[in-house]
Write a protein that binds this ligand. Structure first.
Ligand code: BTN
Length: 247
């Protein structure tokens, strides 16, 4: 019995919840199940991760019972070339879900969701041969963060506790819909991302293909690439190790 049981019946078709008290990382545990052939739609949610991971191997801070740490198994029917679009689809799903409690959640290309410039959610998308795992960490009811972390939570922004299971349900409902839009209908996702693009207009330092460069972000291109003007030329960046806003 968990706090999440009562939302099971309200999940979209084919989506099922698997709750665990403690796991190493929800992404890692779900990968094992995916490799055993588990069907699309399994949502693994854990109270505690002992080895929660962020991008590029960073540790993920998610205090037990206060935050949401979960991973969703998808088996896209679209060609693999479109799978990276799931990062923005997931970001949009989270931003829209958070906007049930706050006026605006911004998407920091490609994987973060911010409120007022502080990070509230991190997304780690990892692919296998025939599946994708979308790992999502959301600061829901955390009130204090380690010193120096530019982070916030729904509780801080909303001004009171928020039910984690309702946030999970909102995200999964939207992810189920947006994940089906990669490829042919990706323009619908891009429109939502553009409305919430934190980086547009900002001067950034970009680390990509082992090169660090500076430029001004012009927006998001039609396939989800970050448009950055560097030395007077606008480039479409499809992958970056780091995008840092220069104040
Ligand atoms: C990042 O901001 O670098 C991504 C953070 C992703 C954290 C989530 S929490 C659930 C899932 N399991 C993990 O180990 N990581 C993701």
């Amino acid at each position: 019995m968990s706090a999440f049981d009562h939302i099971a019946a309200r999940l979209p078709d084919a989506f099922r919840l698997l709750w665990r008290e403690t796991v190493s990382s929800t992404n890692d545990e779900l990968r094992v199940l995916a490799e055993q052939g588990m069907a699309e739609g399994l949502v693994l949610v854990a109270e505690e991760q002992t080895a929660g991971r962020g991008r590029r191997g960073a540790e993920w801070f998610s205090p037990k019972g206060e935050s949401l740490a979960f991973s969703v198994l998808l088996r896209p029917s679209e060609p693999i070339v479109f799978w990276p679009q799931l990062s923005l689809a997931a970001g949009l799903a989270v931003a829209e879900a958070l906007e049930k409690s706050v006026p605006l959640a911004e998407i920091k290309w490609p994987n973060d969701v911010l409120i007022g410039g502080n990070k509230i959610c991190g997304i780690l998308v990892e692919a296998g041969r025939d599946f994708v795992i979308v790992g999502i960490g959301i600061n829901v009811n955390t009130e204090k963060f380690p010193y120096g972390l530019a982070a916030t939570s729904l509780c801080i922004e909303h001004g009171g506790e928020v039910a984690r299971e309702e946030v999970l349900l909102e995200v999964v409902n939207r992810l189920a819909r947006h994940s089906k839009k990669i490829g042919a209908r990706f323009g619908e996702v891009i429109a939502g991302v553009r409305e919430r693009c934190y980086l547009t207009g900002q001067l950034v330092s970009l680390l990509s293909a082992e090169k660090r460069r500076e430029g001004v972000v012009k927006g998001i291109g039609p396939v989800g690439e970050l448009l950055v003007e560097i030395d007077g030329v606008t480039e479409g960046i499809v992958q970056a190790d780091e995008v840092r806003v220069l104040k």
